[in-house]
Ligand binder design. Structure first.
Ligand code: PEP
Ligand code: MN
Length: 348
């Protein structure tokens, strides 16, 4: 941490800052320039925050040098992590050497629709099944999901197809019920900063898929992951799902730069969601290709046997014929960037 003194700061101002830091058990190194004095602090950086140095006379600015997140940072964990999803013996990796396709319906609507979507997803190369039972929608009048019944349907379809399941949990009170059935718990964009929910999934014992909020910076997103990690759960996969910009042709703008930016800052795997970011089926495959090329560790994609009658997000769902191009991209492109398609195996 560096304290920058104002141009008109006095020697007493500098001495007061040094004394306060030393009283708190830290060390302060004063460097006097021609115009400015800066003070380098060494010690308990988080503790220094409570000293409120910025409010002291003569202090112009206080800058943090180290990452504010620790457990998810690559500074102390240089090797990139692999997160394994599924039951023992048949777990699917999400990490730096593989490419993982998660696909399925946006929402679980019925046993038939879910099974058909899962079969399509599997045929396209998906090794994890997505499906929403609890759907936090922008409008309270929109379909909110089948809830507990949806979860049962998804679990049965996961069992029938052999695909581990990924599903959203939107309320801390539902975490243990969802964790009983799901292989991976998704925290959606709208809940990225729901700290009680993040702490609850941090204690659930299952891997977590943490979506980026549409208005969150990379740092805010990684701080949200830190909440999960702090509760003992480091099995976190980050999902870039588009951010809100001025551009109205897509629902959100897929921040493709965020993939390598986050991979440099954090050891956690990063996937993208070309369906929810664009809101348009015609953009899903181009954005999927771009995601593979930029180094994403996987994709999560909406599929539906009949998108025209989908209860949720039909315009972005791929049908059987549209899935062919996605299947081809997921089969052909990862090997060009040194990855193999992820399949179920045992962690090693
Ligand atoms: C979803 O994946 O079903 C979803 C609602 O996504 P997001 O939270 O990114 O909007
Ligand atoms: Mn959706």
């Amino acid at each position: 941490m560096v304290v920058v003194m104002a141009a008109d700061a006095t020697d007493e101002d500098v001495a007061r800052v040094v004394a306060k830091v030393e009283e708190a058990g830290g060390q302060a190194f004063v460097s006097q320039g021609v115009l400015r004095t800066i003070i380098g602090l060494v010690g308990d950086i988080d503790g220094f925050h409570s000293l409120n140095l910025r409010a002291m006379p003569g202090v112009a600015a206080v800058h943090r040098i180290s990452d504010p997140y620790k457990l998810v940072s690559r500074q102390h964990h240089p090797e990139r992590s692999t997160v394994w999803v599924g039951r023992s013996g048949a777990q699917v990796p999400i990490g730096p050497r593989t490419f993982t396709l998660i696909a399925g319906p946006c929402a679980v609507e019925s046993p038939e629709q879910t099974l058909e979507a899962a079969t399509m997803a599997k045929a396209a190369g998906a090794t994890l099944l997505r499906g929403g039972a609890f759907k936090p929608r922008t409008s309270p009048y929109a379909f909110q999901g089948l809830g507990a019944r949806g979860l049962e349907i998804l679990a049965a379809v996961g069992e029938a197809t052999g695909l581990p399941i990924v599903t959203e949990v939107a309320d801390a009170r539902d975490v243990s019920a969802v964790a009983e059935q799901a292989d991976m718990l998704q925290v959606g964009a709208r809940n990225m900063a729901n700290y009680g929910l993040l702490q609850a999934v941090g204690e659930c014992g299952k891997p977590v898929l943490l979506k980026r909020a549409m208005t969150a910076t990379v740092e805010e997103w990684l701080m949200a992951a830190e909440y999960v990690a702090q509760r003992g759960n480091l099995d976190i996969v980050l999902c870039e799902r588009g951010i809100r910009t001025f551009e109205p042709t897509t629902r959100n703008t897929l921040d493709i730069s965020a993939v390598p930016v986050v991979q440099a800052a954090s050891h956690l795997p990063v996937i993208t969601d070309p369906s929810h970011s664009s809101g348009r089926k015609d953009l899903v495959v181009p954005l999927a290709r771009a995601s593979i090329a930029v180094g994403a560790d996987g994709l999560i994609v909406d599929v539906h046997p009949d998108p025209e009658v989908a209860l949720c997000d039909g315009p972005q769902a791929l049908d059987r014929s549209e899935l062919r191009a996605l299947a081809q991209a997921v089969r052909q492109l990862p090997p060009l960037v040194g990855r193999r398609p992820a399949s179920a195996s045992s962690p090693h």
